[in-house]
Design a protein around this ligand. Structure first.
Ligand code: DSN
Length: 456
């Protein structure tokens, strides 16, 4: 029997029936576990989340909402959606939750659909300063269908320029102001943005996709008390299945629900809805809260390690799960750095830095994140080691033999950890205290235990 913990439910059947796809799955497990995963928006879901995803819930059409469906036979899946909604409301202290969006982008389309009409003005963070495609990029529906006014960061400190944001809001009277980013390492002042929204009568929308997991783990302040609407993905720091979600004030609940269905999609993916419920339960545990705090400590350690190696951390470091690194001191651009790191088994992405002189396809920076390595049990010491491996790869990776030596050091590092998704939730469950249990360290023995103890 194959180890189902690694390969998922009924992997043996898949292998028998479709060896071609099964071999891809095996290769991807190997890649995820042996290389260092530093993409700031990626993580390892728990085995329980994966188990919920690979189920017969996938067979069910359930257009509509619990108790108000357009098909028969929804009484069982209704229960999964109700649980997911209640867990989301409780975890985030939200008045209303919609757990159906298929992704972050589709959650965002629903937000536009609920609060705006094509042609309306929306204020959002510019992509080159860390925003997102759906925040008004010209090649995205948002930039094509809406009058997007972009704000950015100050050149001197690379933090959001709230004065400029307020001036732009007063001048352009946006229907909605969006905050949230994909490459912004600092915290966002939601109270300040609420004040600006109130001043100009704009809807306050927070796209919390990147950091919602840190909010769930009580490691950073929440936008939920301030915002009219908060959209996010469930697969980043949050460690759930790939998907989206929306929280909002009760007064917007009907508008958001109508925008999601029938506004922008048909049937929800009920297996993903169940997976979201499982992840939300895990997020309510002390173990997950420890994880979220460790994610930030690890990102800080990685950023300081890179600074010590001669790089520059945009905005002076990080307060979240990611760091944006200006690598111009190496004489290597972001594109080449990304390729050299990839060849050395370090998976990260090139990223524009604010006021980047290079094109978006080249860039002067890299973005690194700690969600996945932290799930694997790595701590601040390992993150320092990773920083030095990154810089070696960037500086020396053009030499194939040096790249191979770095890769072997990378694999030695990942081999020390479990590489497995859910030791936090799992160890707590095994401790017999349910998901609220504590004291999981006794389950960890030998080298792996030592590694994990150093990490947490
Ligand atoms: N692709 C995500 C990221 O990497 O930040 C955003 O959608």
């Amino acid at each position: 029997m194959t180890d189902a913990r690694k390969y998922g439910q009924d992997f043996d059947l898949l292998e028998k029936q479709d060896p071609e796809i099964a071999s891809i799955l095996r290769a991807e497990v190997k890649r995820q576990q042996s290389d260092v995963q530093l993409i700031a928006s990626e993580n390892f879901t728990s085995r329980a989340v994966l188990a919920a995803l690979g189920t017969v819930l996938s067979n069910k059409y359930a257009e509509g909402y619990p108790g108000k469906r357009y098909y028969g036979g929804c009484e069982v899946v209704d229960r999964a959606e109700i649980i997911a909604i209640e867990r989301a409301k409780q975890l985030f202290g939200a008045e209303h939750a919609n757990v159906q969006p298929h992704s972050g982008a589709s959650a965002n389309i629903a937000v536009y659909a609920a609060f705006t009409k094509p042609g309306d003005t929306v204020l959002a963070m510019s992509l080159p300063h860390g925003g997102h495609l759906t925040h008004g990029s010209k090649v995205n529906f948002s930039g094509k269908w809406f009058n997007i006014v972009s704000y950015g960061v100050r050149q001197d400190n690379e933090l959001i320029d709230y004065d400029e944001l307020r001036d732009q809001a007063i001048r352009t009277k946006p229907k909605m102001i969006c905050s949230g980013a994909t490459a912004y390492p600092s915290l966002i002042d939601f109270e300040k943005i609420r004040t600006i929204c109130d001043e100009v009568g704009a809807i306050m929308w927070v796209d919390a996709a990147h950091f919602i997991g840190l909010v769930a783990g009580k490691a950073i302040p929440s936008p939920v008390p301030y915002a009219d609407v908060v959209s996010f993905t469930t697969h980043k720091v949050l460690r759930g299945p790939r998907g989206g979600m929306i929280l909002c004030k009760e007064e917007h609940a009907a508008g958001i629900d109508k925008a999601v269905f029938p506004g922008i999609k048909g049937g929800p993916i009920m297996s993903a809805v169940a997976g979201k419920a499982v992840a939300l339960k895990e997020c309510a545990t002390p173990a997950y809260q420890n994880y979220a705090k460790q994610v930030i400590s690890n990102a800080k350690s990685l950023a300081s390690g890179l600074v010590e190696e001669g790089m520059r951390a945009v905005s002076g470091g990080t307060e979240t799960h990611l760091a944006l690194i200006d690598i111009r001191a190496t004489g290597v651009n972001g594109k080449v750095a990304d390729e050299r790191c990839g060849a050395a088994g370090i998976v990260l992405n090139k990223n524009a830095i604010p006021f980047d002189p290079e094109s978006p396809a080249v860039t002067s920076g890299i973005r690194v994140g700690s969600p996945a390595t932290t799930t694997q049990g790595m701590g601040t010491a390992e993150m320092r080691e990773i920083a030095s491996l990154i810089v070696r790869a960037i500086r020396e990776g053009d030499d194939a033999s040096k790249a191979a030596a770095i890769k072997s050091d990378v694999h030695a590092l990942t081999a020390q950890g479990d590489g497995h998704p859910d030791r936090h939730a799992l160890t707590d469950l095994e401790a017999g205290d349910g998901l609220l249990g504590a004291g999981h360290h006794h389950l960890l023995t030998g080298d792996r235990g030592q590694l994990l103890d150093r990490g947490l």
